[in-house]
Design a protein around this ligand. Structure first.
Ligand SMILES: [Zn+2]
Length: 379
């Protein structure tokens, strides 16, 4: 049952509470119960920050944070029933108590425990959007999408359904590595960000800043790799993600790089500016120190979140959306060159595809007025 007071307030000013609470926020997406939960919460508690608590215990954790810890930044609750080998599918019924308890906490954006929206599952997409709309104007539709929804042949259906139903959306993308490694995915995401509804991007990495530059209301960066995308279910089991080596953001490369790779490469040119960091965590030390810390994954996360907030600040200071896009494109372009610079000295360094895709999108003819949806997708 919708809280009548909340419903009246939000109906009179659509999305105003959502926008006030979440505009340009860089969220930290963390497991609700895990080795890094507390430190993630602590680091997210800053101006322009907030937290996405993830998993079955997310709500319980949020209740503790709000009622006991008096955490005042935005909190989003992602039950993640769409992930893992026993994932729920889009047709799965929402747990009404899950939303009611979020509403009781006064959270700025309530999310139902939506299931996975598979390739070409248009009925499932409509179903999640429409059932979310029925829950009240303070609820955001959680869309855990197969990345092919961003392909030009599917994008129009997606954009039209989102526009037609008219509820804010929170998108998470499925891919075994990086959903935005495909050019169509960056173009599709940008098109989705131009729909009239507020869009949040969950489970992302450095591209979260790109999303903010292109008009996402807020974007979330995962504390570890499994929370930086939805890992696909693989034949014979799995679906929760592998256990990849820890990685840290290298600012000049605008990329997460495995700590082992940082060590190997930095050792060959230890004075190079790529490998030194002035963030509060590193305090001027070499990034090689991350791998020799007692808890490399946690320290890599702490460093990475400092750098991402720093990059976010630089992009937001550029000005309006056009200036932000230009600044993001320039940073991605510069990172391409920095990757090439390394490639001259050490093998196995390639420019990440998402950087190339963001640069291509940013330089697309007409910039802001360039077609939001690539040619061929229009009816
Ligand atoms: Zn650092």
């Amino acid at each position: 049952m919708a809280n009548p007071i909340t419903a009246i307030t939000t109906r009179s000013a659509p999305y105003s509470r959502l926008k006030t609470a979440l505009a340009d926020v860089l969220l930290v997406q963390a497991d609700a119960s895990g080795a890094h939960t507390e430190v993630a919460i602590e680091r997210s508690d800053r101006l322009g920050g907030g937290i996405v608590l993830t998993g079955a215990k997310a709500l319980q954790k949020a209740e503790h944070l709000v009622r006991e810890k008096k955490y005042e930044r935005p909190i989003l609750i992602d039950r993640a029933r769409y992930a893992g080998k026993n994932r729920a599918l889009a047709s799965h019924a929402f747990d009404s108590d899950w939303v009611a308890r979020q509403r009781a906490l006064g959270l700025p954006a309530l999310m139902p425990d939506a299931g996975y929206i598979g390739e070409r599952d248009y009925p499932g997409l409509r179903d999640v959007l429409e059932r979310t709309a029925d829950l009240g104007s303070d609820v955001v539709a959680l869309l855990p999408l197969h990345v092919s929804w961003l392909k030009q042949e599917n994008l129009r259906q997606l954009v039209d359904a989102v526009t037609d139903v008219g509820v804010p959306i929170a998108v998470a993308l499925e891919h075994k590595d990086d959903p935005l490694s495909a050019q169509y995915a960056v173009y599709g995401l940008v098109a989705l960000l131009q729909t009239p509804v507020p869009v949040l991007l969950l489970r992302c990495d450095t591209s979260s800043i790109g999303a903010l530059a292109y008009g996402a209301l807020a974007a979330a960066v995962g504390t570890h790799s499994a929370l930086r995308h939805i890992y696909p279910v693989v034949e014979g089991g799995g679906g929760g993600g592998r256990n990849p080596k820890p990685a840290a953001v290298v600012q000049r490369l605008l990329s997460y790089v495995h700590l082992d790779k940082i060590d190997l490469t930095a050792a060959m040119d230890p004075d190079h500016p790529d490998w030194h960091c002035s963030c509060d965590v590193c305090n001027g030390q070499s990034l090689m120190e991350l791998n020799s810390a007692p808890n490399p994954e946690q320290i890599a996360f702490l460093h990475s979140i400092e750098i991402l907030f720093r990059i976010r600040t630089g992009i937001l200071l550029a000005g309006g959306l056009a200036q932000r896009r230009a600044a993001w494109t320039a940073q991605c372009s510069s990172a391409q060159f920095n990757h090439m610079d390394i490639d001259n000295t050490v093998s196995a360094w390639e420019i990440p595809d998402y950087l190339n895709n963001w640069v291509k999108r940013g330089n697309d003819t007409g910039g802001l007025s360039a077609p939001a949806i690539p040619q061929g997708a229009r009816p």
